[in-house]
Design a protein around this ligand. Sequence first.
Ligand code: SAM
Length: 330
Amino acid sequence: MPTTEVEIIPQAPKKAMKAPRTNQTIDLGTAKVQVHATAECIESLRRRMGKASKQKVHLASLPKKSRYTAKNADHHELYQLSVQSPDEDVLFLRRVYKSLRKKKAMHFREDFCGTALLSTTWVNTMDGATAEGYDIDCSPLAWGLVNNLGDAGEVAENVTLVVADVREPSITPPDIRCAQNFSYCCFKEREELVGYFKAVLEDLATDGVFVLDIHGGSETQSEMEEEREIPDGFTYVWDQDRYWPITGDALNYIHFRFEDGTELYRAFTYDWRLWGLPELRDCLIEAGFASVQTYWEGTADDGESGNGIFKVAKRGEADLSWIAYLAATK
Ligand SMILES: C[S@@+](CC[C@H](N)C(=O)[O-])C[C@H]1O[C@@H](n2cnc3c(N)ncnc32)[C@H](O)[C@@H]1O
């Protein structure tokens, strides 16, 4: 058998080339919104916006109650209806900033912004308020441009969307910056998480405040499904598929089930590390934040469920499942 000698020539390591981001104006008809993204991203964003616009018109013509089936439902819309309460969130963020800084927060940054619902609500509910939304995926951003900012009128011009990693600096240092719906749990290593918090700290305005939510309780460490009926005529399913106690890794899905028996299976996937509250506080302090306050939810009249009112607390109850907020000051 003849043998072949292959000469292996060592290759110089290729430098990761980062395409430059440009500032583009997206005309929504009612407003012109600034988007910072690479040229490739902008092209993809425009394509996706075209698709989202067509679906918006189609869905609007259907009666609301029977609108949703796996075939025609839009997972971003279902997500917003199921897990987001933008008016309450914005009121809470303003209240936290006011109580800590004795003045109004004007410039807001929404990390992991998805469809930018919170940014849209922020500018819609106060004159002169401005917002920046950051997400690495242009698909939810395109949907948000059509369905959230597109319906907001002229104030949408006060929002800038940036297709980038949340560790990238802001255009204008924010008074208040948030990471909602536990999205920072995508940072699984402590070093990564602290690195993100350091980037946030460095980026905040002088009196800046960083707010993040956290989900905890013994139930969050079990493998289970929780169903919730949404008044708009579908079922939201939170599926805690896997939990590894040694690493804290948690693999979760959101499914949507419909009245006609169909399902949007694994509409969203979350490959997270479940951070504990004291661990998160320690990481914020380690990153250099001056103080961290915990906002714990009060109890409703039934003595069991939460009442939706979050107040500064030093101790909480060992509920099976709870949500709390941390506010870290510069
Ligand atoms: C759970 S959704 C959050 C949507 C919305 N902000 C909320 O509060 O419900 C998480 C979003 O984070 C984005 N994302 C994940 N990792 C990111 C990163 N490193 N930088 C920026 N965005 C990221 C995803 O593309 C996704 O849209």
